[in-house]
Write a protein that binds this ligand. Structure first.
Ligand SMILES: [Zn+2]
Length: 434
């Protein structure tokens, strides 16, 4: 990818483009044409009598069928749209919501991903002179670490491929190589800061000027930092910029320096927010994020339902970019809880629990209650003495929903949560008979 491509992409973002809809329409048509090289979409679109040339404008997008994660879990190999000779990387999804899905990338897909990330890094204030410690897995068939790395290279900045874990080793690299920023999962970046404090370092004085995070939510729907986010930004004395991505989408959506939502790259993806019936919701209203990545060759998905709840904002950003943004991820659709007409997601419960430092682990059990509400039971683990009623009162006051709290020994809670790829924090027992 020529450097001028990145410069052109950056310059383009600051302008208003009356021909944007036409450009996206052409890209969508090409994308659907490419998708029809896959067995899945060829069969599906042919059965529906749908031809790429029938897409006469962007308004036809909602008429295209949605693609669910279940479709991928059933037969992900049917989605490959390029021949094996053109595939250069096979990534796997983490498999938290089913078995891992294989996602084949062509060389052009990797180039596209690098440009996607380079634009995002620029928006977050990264410049070619900067060094960043990439504390994200680069191997094990994960794509995120590779995306960050190639984005840094594309931008001309310096990536330090540290990978996750081992705070002592991370500190060795920070001391020796003096990175300007860290990229990683929030709880691990906080663990690094704490390890440093305990071993005679002063994290706020290490010259870290930005933290780019992935995975765990650190912003509430109103963009304010969660307790974890506050603790993290204070620990390193550095602002946090959230990045969002899904392996299947081959697309990242990241915050600029304003920290008020992740910028969508309109030349690389089409974003919709839908309600339970599949209708578009109004801008600023919560709904499920649906993404159609544009220009993908190996695994071109059409209207992929991410299962993540967020909101769309179209007004120009204070950073100068005109591109639309999505807000913080508020939860997973499958984990939506309803209590007497109020909708909440487990994430907000965990974010509230972060305010109580004695709580070291927690999980939620949800059962169907007789009044069609969900019965939420929160189990927290601690090594200290805690009053369940006090935790219950805090949660009820902050969230304004009825729930129950149980205190257990930390080891017991950790045992219940263990056994999976990540600690299990949500036990959905709503299908079970009471
Ligand atoms: Zn911005």
């Amino acid at each position: 990818m020529e450097k001028s491509t990145l410069n052109t992409a950056l310059a383009w973002r600051s302008g208003k483009h009356s021909d944007l809809a036409d450009m996206q329409h052409a890209l969508l048509q090409n994308h659907v044409r490419q998708a029809m090289h896959s067995a899945f979409y060829n069969e599906k679109f042919t059965r529906l009598g749908l031809h790429p040339q029938d897409i006469t404008s962007l308004h036809d997008l909602p008429a295209l069928p949605l693609t669910s994660r279940q479709d991928l879990n059933n037969a992900s190999h049917l989605f490959q749209a390029a021949c094996d000779e053109d595939i250069v990387d096979l990534s796997l999804t983490s498999g938290t919501t089913g078995s891992p899905v294989q996602v084949p990338y062509t060389k052009n897909d990797l180039t596209r991903l690098a440009l996607n990330e380079a634009i995002a890094f620029w928006g977050a204030g990264v410049r070619p002179k900067d060094r960043f410690l990439v504390c994200v897995t680069l191997d094990r068939c994960f794509i995120a670490g590779l995306a960050y790395y190639s984005g840094m290279v594309e931008l001309g900045a310096t990536a330090i491929r540290s990978g996750p874990g081992q705070p002592a080793r991370q500190w060795q690299l920070i001391k020796q190589l003096r990175p300007a920023g860290l990229i990683g999962v929030p709880s691990f970046l906080l663990e690094m800061a704490r390890w440093g404090q305990e071993h005679g370092y002063s994290p706020p004085d290490m010259g870290i000027t930005s933290l780019i995070t992935i995975g765990e939510p650190i912003r509430r729907a109103d963009f304010a930092l969660t307790a974890l986010g506050e603790e993290l930004t204070q620990a390193w004395n550095a602002p946090i910029y959230v990045s969002y991505g899904a392996t299947e989408l081959e697309t990242g959506i990241s915050e600029c320096k304003q920290g008020c939502g992740g910028h969508i790259h309109p030349e690389m993806s089409l974003v919709e927010i839908i309600d339970d019936q599949g209708n578009l919701v109004a801008d600023g209203e919560p709904g499920e994020l649906v993404v159609t990545p544009l220009g993908v060759e190996g695994f071109p998905l059409v209207r992929f339902r991410t299962g993540d709840i967020t909101r769309l904002y179209r007004e120009p950003c204070a950073c100068g970019w005109q591109t639309p943004r999505i807000g913080p991820i508020e939860g997973r659709l499958a984990q939506r809880l309803k209590v007497r007409g109020t909708t909440i997601y487990p994430d907000i419960i965990f974010q509230t629990l972060q305010k109580i430092s004695a709580i070291e682990a927690a999980y939620i059990e949800v059962r169907a209650a007789y009044d069609l509400s969900d019965d939420i039971h929160v189990v927290v683990g601690t090594r200290q003495t805690l009053d369940a009623k006090e935790v219950e009162s805090l949660l009820q006051a902050q969230l304004r929903v009825r729930l129950t709290v149980e205190i257990q020994a930390l080891e017991l809670v950790q045992k219940t949560m263990s056994g999976g790829h990540k600690p299990k924090k949500f036990f959905d027992l709503r299908d079970k008979k009471i």
